[in-house]
Write a protein that binds this ligand. Structure first.
Ligand SMILES: [Zn+2]
Length: 170
């Protein structure tokens, strides 16, 4: 077994319709192709394939909760749930954080596209209000609080899914 976790997936094709990506997801083989649009969240997935982690924040000064000083959400939300205005995109520069919680996955369910065993981790990052769920690419034993940084599957390696961001120990 390798020291790094590999994916059991092939990159999904995408169509571009306006600003939105439409993912081809061959869930049941070619005959059972599932088409899924990322819609307004397309910049997040496009960003991953370019090595960027993007989130959204509410900057509406009339927002009853955030008053124009919204915190950054990852995964992103297209619209603010409190004032319903369009959220604004922002890149996390040099994305790092620490392991907030983890699960050691030895046996995955049908359709799991990550080679087991691996650590599914929840990451807390500075400047991001949400806890980000992802997978650790290292197979070393970990503990709560371990520092991690984001890595990306870009170019030909990109799957065009959330698997394009992984975490590695610092
Ligand atoms: Zn708002």
């Amino acid at each position: 077994m390798s020291e790094k976790v590999k994916l059991n997936t092939t990159p999904s094709k995408i169509d571009v319709k306006g600003d939105a990506w439409i993912l081809h997801f061959p869930r049941f083989g070619e005959e059972g192709m599932h088409y899924h649009t990322y819609g307004l969240l397309t910049p997040y997935f496009k960003g991953l394939t370019e090595g960027k982690l993007l989130g959204t924040k509410c900057t509406n000064p009339k927002c009853p909760v955030y008053h124009g000083k919204g915190e950054l959400w990852i995964p992103p939300r297209a619209d603010c749930p409190d004032c319903h205005s369009r959220m604004v995109w922002e890149q996390v520069k040099d994305p790092k954080g620490y392991v907030y919680a983890y699960t050691y996955v030895e046996r995955g369910g049908t359709g799991l596209e990550i080679e087991t065993p691996y650590y599914q981790i929840d990451v807390k990052m500075d400047g991001v209000c949400s806890i980000v769920k992802g997978y650790l690419i290292d197979r070393k034993p970990i503990k709560i609080g371990d520092k991690v940084k984001a890595g990306f599957l870009t170019g030909d390696k990109a799957t065009h899914t959330n698997l394009d961001v992984y975490w590695e120990l610092i």
